[in-house]
Design a protein around this ligand. Structure first.
Ligand code: FAD
Ligand code: EPU
Length: 345
């Protein structure tokens, strides 16, 4: 008799119909560690999930999925800032709204990013000119084999563009259980991106920034409830200043963003768009019509459909620009995360 399987479809924003052997919701650090340790004793693979908005299931997961629902938000007023301690299982966008409703500004540019607060540090979520690291004070983690807790300050988190220590040293055997944020009372709007430039920095309110960000996101990004997706499928690539100059001579319209380190960030969406791939469909997978950086589940896509499309997109961009894109989305195979670049090479 075959073992009963549990659907992961409600637990991944791509809406891929994959299955797991077991799915458990965990609402405390103790239960999280217990579940992890029981599975480890049985050599059963474990996958931690928040809301599954940055994962692609390549096949069924042959193990135990732990959905983090450790809740709780506490807000403390300090002389110059508000300090927030947020349980990892809190929904990120609800947190943004909660702060705004209480008159606390600083998270408005990060509105409508799906997922949990505890997942935000992993890829240092960013949008519209702000990244999590600018408001993050600390991240609390637990070592799952023995339940030991540890608090990492911002420097220890090693935040970078879509990167942190949680994708590297603290990836396996650790879970994020809470995040500490510090939101300055002396609020300065960040209006450097897109339509936000049209707002008046002298009079703008946090709510107006929030509304503008929500409008821009609604106009470009597909709603996962209608077309499954995981946001930007690829990271924006970094190239050397020399390569960037050569490209801008050939493509004068190419958007380029100079980084502090001297490298230049290119817009992966623009590169894909230039290959005339917007709306390109293959099997159940497609390139989104409004935003070429987003791959969508256009109808009953399997993880493999998305992989095949991603491979083609990556190859076309490399043929035209000699730039190789890397996925932002985390690829999950039968026993756990697998090297995403390796899969689409
Ligand atoms: P999940 O997808 O559940 O997990 C992501 C990874 O973290 C997995 O590898 C998982 O195993 C691991 N993980 C989950 N929880 C824990 C934990 N507690 N401890 C340790 N590891 C854990 N991202 C941006 O940065 N900016 C955007 O503007 C943006 N826009 C998006 C728009 C859409 C429509 C969608 C679908 C996604 C978008 N994303 C964006 C990506 C996504 O929202 C973020 O990466 C988010 O932080 C993922 O949260 P999650 O809880 O869904 O993580
Ligand atoms: N562009 C095109 N065609 C497209 C898509 C984009 O020409 O189909 C051009 C745009 O006109 C613009 C440039 O490319 O000149 C950048 O596009 P956009 O402002 O939409 O941002 P992005 O680089 O595509 C990044 C993040 C998003 C984040 C937005 C807003 C990455 C990988 N993606 O997208 O994050 O919301 O900026 O700040 O860094 C995510 O990580 O999942 C995500 C959605």
């Amino acid at each position: 008799m075959s073992r009963q399987k549990y659907s992961l479809k409600p637990w991944n924003s791509f809406g891929i119909a994959a299955y797991a052997n077991r799915i458990s919701m965990v609402d405390s650090v103790e239960v999280l560690c217990q579940c992890w340790q029981q599975s480890a004793q049985q050599n059963e693979p474990v996958l931690l999930l928040g809301e599954g908005s940055n994962v692609l299931f390549l096949q069924d997961f042959d193990g135990h999925v732990l959905i983090n629902r450790i809740k709780g938000i506490s807000i403390t007023e300090r002389a110059n800032a508000w300090s927030l301690h947020v349980g990892a299982g809190e929904n990120w966008h609800q947190l943004v709204e909660t702060t705004l409703n209480r008159g606390i500004a600083g998270l408005e540019n990060l509105a409508l990013i799906p997922g949990c607060a505890g997942s935000a540090p992993i890829q240092n979520i960013g949008a519209y000119g702000v990244e999590l690291e600018q408001v993050c004070e600390y991240v609390d983690i637990v070592y799952l084999p023995d339940g030991t807790g540890q608090r990492l300050n911002v420097a220890e988190c090693q935040f970078g563009y879509r990167n942190s220590v949680f994708k590297n040293h603290y990836r396996d055997g650790y879970a994020i259980i809470a995040v500490g944020l510090s939101l300055k009372k002396n609020w300065q709007p960040v209006l450097s991106y897109g339509d936000l430039r049209n707002l008046d920095p002298q009079t703008v309110t946090p709510r107006q920034v929030f509304d503008a960000v929500c409008r821009m996101r609604h106009s470009k990004l597909p709603d996962p409830k209608i077309n499954g997706n995981a946001g930007s499928f690829f990271k924006n690539p970094l190239v050397s200043a020399t390569v960037a100059t050569e490209l801008s001579i050939q493509y004068p319209d190419m958007p380029q963003y100079l980084q502090e380190c001297g490298d230049v960030k290119l817009a992966a969406g623009w590169l894909i768009d230039c290959c005339s791939l917007k709306g390109f469909r293959l099997g159940g997978a497609a390139v989104h019509k409004q935003q070429a950086l987003v791959l969508i589940n256009a109808g009953a896509a399997s993880g493999q459909d998305i992989v095949i499309l991603a491979r083609i997109v990556r190859q076309r961009v490399a043929e035209k620009f000699n730039v190789w894109l890397e996925p932002e989305v985390r690829f999950i195979a039968a026993h756990g995360e697998t090297d995403a670049v390796g899969v689409i090479e």
